[in-house]
Design a protein around this ligand. Sequence first.
Ligand code: GLC
Length: 458
Amino acid sequence: MNKPGFRLCIALILFTVFGSGPRLWPQWAPMASDAAAAQRIAWWRDAKFGLFLHWGLYSLPGRGEWVQWNEQIPVEEYAKLADQFKPDQFDPDAWAAIAKEAGMKYTVLTARHHDGFALFDDPGGDFNAMKSAAHRDFVAEYVQAVRRAGLHVGLYYSPLDWRFPGFFFPGIYQASAEAMRAQYHRQLHELATNYGKIDILWFDGGGEEWLGFGGVTFDGSWHARPKDQPYRGRFTWQDAEAVADLRLHQPSILTNDRVDAPADFRSREGDYAMGDFNNRNPWELCTTLTEGAWGYQPGARIKSFDSLVQLLVGAVGRDGNLLLNVGPRPDGQIEPAYAARLREIGAWLGKYGQSIYATRGGPYLPGDYGVSTYRDNVVYLHLLHFDGHPLALPALPVQVLNCSALTGGNATCTQSSNGLRVVLNGSPDATDTIVALTLASTAAKIDPIAAPGGQAAR
Ligand code: GLC
C-alpha cells in the first residue's frame, strides 16, 4: 500500500491552502435538486444543531487529527498507535446523552479520517479498530447508541488517505491511487450496508480539489502542484458511482459537498467562515468547541458560552445549521468541561429553542442589529449587539400584532411606512436579546429584507 521508497518528505505548502484557519470550502459538487432531495433534508433543516466528533488514533498523541502529516510521522510508525488504542471509557451512550443535553439533534463521527484508520470493521483492510488493541467496531456501537437516544446518525468519511502515495501524485503512483479509490468505494459500501440506517454521510478530503496537494522530493528534485491549481490529471475518484451505491442502500441519506457528486447540503468551515445568508441551498457551518484542532488536544481553551450561542444563532439566522465539534480523549471520554459547556448551550436552548428549532432564517437579513428567524407568523429578532437604544429596522410588509421580549423586559413595536421601531425596556441580554413579533400572516411569504450594515437583498 505504501509504495516502497516513497517517503513523505513533503513541505508544508499545504498549510497555506488546506491548513487550519478560516476558509470557505470550495464548492465543487452540484446540489441534488430532485423532488426527493427537498423531502429528505426537511428534518435536518429543522434540527439546526449537531455534534461533530473527531476521534481516532490521533487522539492518543493529542496534537490534533493532522498530527501525522504536520509532524511528518512515517506511516509505519504512526500505525503503531493502533497497538495502544484501547479506549476503556468509550461509551457512546454517554456521547449521545451529552449531545441531547446540548439540544443537538444529530451527531457525526469520524468513521475514518485522513490518517486512514477506520473505526469500523473492514475485512478488506488491516488498519482498523477490529485489528487495533481494542478489537471493537466503534462505528457499530456508536450508531446503535445514537439511534437509541433518538438522534439522527451521521458518519464522517475521508476518501483521502495519507498512507497512499497515489493521493499525492496520482499520475506517478497510479496503482496506489487506484488502490486508494478501491478502498474508498469498498469502505463506503461497508458503511452503507453494515450498520442499518445512516442519516448523514459527511465527506471530507474527497473530490479532485484535494488530490495531489503538497509536494515531494524524488529523483533529486522538488515536485509540487502549484497552489490553487486543482488537479487536472486522469485519475478520478469516481464519486458518482460511489455515491450512487451509497444512495441505493441508504435512499434517504444526506451528503455534503466535499465529493464530486450531487450534494444535499453545503459545508462551511470555521468561526470566521459563517458567510452570507442563503436560503436556497441548505448549508451547515462546522466549527470546534475548543480553540485549535478538531481532534483531542489536552488543555485546549474552550470557547465562551456567549460566542458559541452566537455562532448557533448566527448560522440559523442565515438559514444554516451548526455542527459543533468535540475531540473525545483517547480513552473515549468527552472531557467533563466540554460536556459542561455543551449542557449550558442546551439549557439556553431549553429556554429559547422556539426561536431556533424548525425556524427559517429571515425575513430580515443579517445586519448591525443581529439576525432574524421565523416560524409561521412569528419572527424572532436576535439582537446580538443590543445596547438598549431603540432599534430602527426597515418596514415589514405585514402588520405586527404583538411584540414581546423573550429574554426579559417589555418590548414595544411601532410600525410606520418608514420602518419598524423596537423599544425595549429592560436590560439587554449579553448573549442574545430576543424579541418576538407576531405577524398577521406567515413570514414565509416575505422576501428577504436588507437591514442596515448587512448584506443586500438579491
Ligand atoms: C478539514 C480538516 C479536517 C477536519 C475537517 C472538518 O477538512 O482537514 O481535519 O476534519 O476540516 O471540517
